[in-house]
Ligand binder design. Structure first.
Ligand code: AHR
Length: 542
């Protein structure tokens, strides 16, 4: 069963009435938002610098590189290319990822990791086997492996979030990789690393215990209690190697899974004391099933991510209660994005080729608006979601696409890059008042959604605003309850007439941000209008 069958599986589960709808209430969002009754009324965003929810962990804006399609080979690693350095790393990609400032990258992960033997990817390159990757029916040359990834992370200035094979792999072999990476010397696996030419250990701090083990498409798929026990065993062995690591157990692959929440309860029942966090995954689409092709509903789907987070936390905290544990698990939303076009048939079957074109989703303006909304949701939940990874980084459902001669930025690059550049300090607990609109099977949806951060050290406030009104501009009044932002440092807007507009190698700047008029602040209030179908970034100093 190829990974492609994930979509088919989920659709069958949905039509069999097994899954809960993804489109119901907003959970925490509603409690933070008062609704203005009249849809013509201006929206208000109340900012109080004394009211913050959590320090922002920048790992909330991580990303993901899997051995899949052209993510690694032809993406970040392309030795024959004139654009590559002496390590075989694409220099233009290095520059772009450095500029973005991605704090953490999950690897090798995804469905691939569940059949991956990490020993195939270390040691002299000429001795590494070319193997069949059964997750994506592709050929894997293994020329890029753990040591090459660590070198790439160092050049880029990012942290590795390493994935362990708990599909075909054993807990013993998983702990061996941790030893290979983190122990200085004197043990079997640390000496192997040294023999491979890497004397200094990598000290990788965060590890994922497998990938989507709840999915029948996953190599080595098992029941929740089987996985929970295996994760416990792996975690225990790993902690003998290095007790200080952060370990993430696999939660549900999405809210449409038939085992959703039951899995998220049973797994921690088995391994709560041994792990730090539970993962969540989610891909969105403007599909007949999810939205009926209705873009007004599509740009509201981030509210269903709020709900997924709230439900998963509720279950984690239930287990905490059962165990009377002082420890609170945090969440790692380590795969999220839009993905629905390139999700079946040849788009997910590598046909036994090396670096085939797989999952090369082309993103449009409305996808970028939703990605902006998803970033707002992640910020809103930053008190318990400490890691999140935009899936993925290069070529495969990615903000950056390469070909032999260069690269271009997809529409979703922009909201992601703004989060990386402007979200700093502490997350503000905003009060957002907005008129609402109706869509099928959802509670009334606020036209305006927003999140913000405050960097108290340098007195900077950043605000990210999604206008879901697809036809009208919306008036906003910011009410500064203390310390008004006085000087606008940055102001950008992503919008356009055509929700379906895309970028490409031929037209790389078709959809890109425009400067947004700097709004003035008087008497503790800032008034301005955001255009229809838009995502806006504003940053002030106080
Ligand atoms: O990111 C693409 C795939 O989506 C990953 O391999 C898997 O974890 C998920 O199903």
């Amino acid at each position: 069963m190829f990974s492609a069958d994930r979509r088919l599986f989920l659709r069958q589960a949905g039509t069999a009435g097994l899954a809960c709808s993804a489109n119901l209430v907003f959970g925490r969002v509603l409690s933070a938002q008062m609704r203005a009754s009249n849809s013509a009324e201006p929206s208000r965003i109340f900012i109080d610098s004394r009211r913050t929810t959590a320090p922002l962990d920048r790992n909330l804006f991580g990303s993901f590189l899997e051995h899949l399609g052209r993510a690694i080979h032809e993406g970040i690693y392309d030795p024959p290319s004139k654009l590559s350095d002496s390590n075989g790393f694409r220099k233009d990609v290095l520059d772009e990822v450095k500029k973005l400032g991605v704090p953490i990258v999950r690897y090798p992960e995804g469905n691939f990791v569940s059949g991956y033997n990490w020993l195939d990817g270390v040691g002299p390159q000429q001795d590494r086997p070319r193997v069949l990757d059964k997750a994506w029916n592709s050929l894997e040359s293994n020329q890029f492996g753990t040591n090459e990834f660590m070198a790439w992370c160092k050049v880029v200035g990012t942290e590795p979030l390493m994935g362990l094979n708990l599909g075909t792999g054993t807990p013993e072999r998983a702990a061996a990789l941790v030893e290979y990476c983190n122990v200085e010397k004197g043990t079997q696996w640390s000496e192997l690393r040294r023999k491979h030419g890497f004397a200094v250990p990598y000290n990788v701090r965060r590890w994922c215990l497998g990938n989507e083990m709840d999915g029948p498409w996953q190599i080595g798929h098992m029941t929740a209690s089987e996985y929970g026990l295996k994760a416990q065993d792996a975690a225990r062995q790993i902690r003998y190697v290095d007790p200080s690591l952060q370990l993430i157990a696999c939660g549900s692959s999405g809210p449409l899974m038939p085992t959703y929440l039951e899995w998220d309860r049973e797994v921690p029942e088995q391994c709560y004391d041994y792990v730090d966090a539970l993962s969540l995954h989610r891909y969105f689409g403007n599909t007949p099933d999810e939205t009926g092709g209705n873009s007004e509903k599509y740009v509201a789907l981030n509210l269903t991510m709020d709900r997924q987070i709230a439900e998963t936390l509720a279950v984690c905290d239930l287990v905490r209660g059962h165990k009377r544990s002082p420890k609170k698990l945090w969440l790692s939303f380590d795969e999220w994005n839009v993905w629905y076009r390139e999700r079946s048939g040849p788009a997910v079957n590598g046909n036994r080729q090396e670096a085939p074109h797989l999952l090369e989703e082309v993103y449009n303006l409305e996808d970028a608006l939703l990605v902006g909304g998803l970033i707002i949701t992640l910020l809103r939940n930053a008190d318990r979601v400490k890691i999140a990874c935009l899936a993925q980084l290069i070529n495969v459902i990615a903000p950056i696409m390469t070909n032999a001669t260069g690269l271009f930025r997809q529409t979703i690059y922009y909201p992601y890059s703004w989060a990386l550049q402007f979200a700093r300090g502490r997350v503000l607990n905003l009060l957002v008042q907005s008129p609402t609109y109706e869509v099928l099977h959802m509670d009334p949806v606020p036209y305006l959604d927003a999140a913000g951060t405050l960097n108290p050290e340098i007195g900077q406030t950043s605000l990210f605003i999604l206008n879901r009104d697809l036809s009208k501009a919306r008036e906003i009044e910011i009410v500064w309850e203390d310390n008004p932002g006085t000087r606008v440092l940055a102001s950008w807007v992503l919008t356009g007439n055509d929700l379906k507009a895309v970028n490409s190698f031929e037209a790389p700047q078709n959809v890109q941000p425009k400067p947004f008029d700097k709004p003035a602040t008087r008497g503790g209030r800032t008034k301005f209008e955001v255009p229809p179908r838009s995502y806006t970034l504003l940053q002030w100093s106080s």
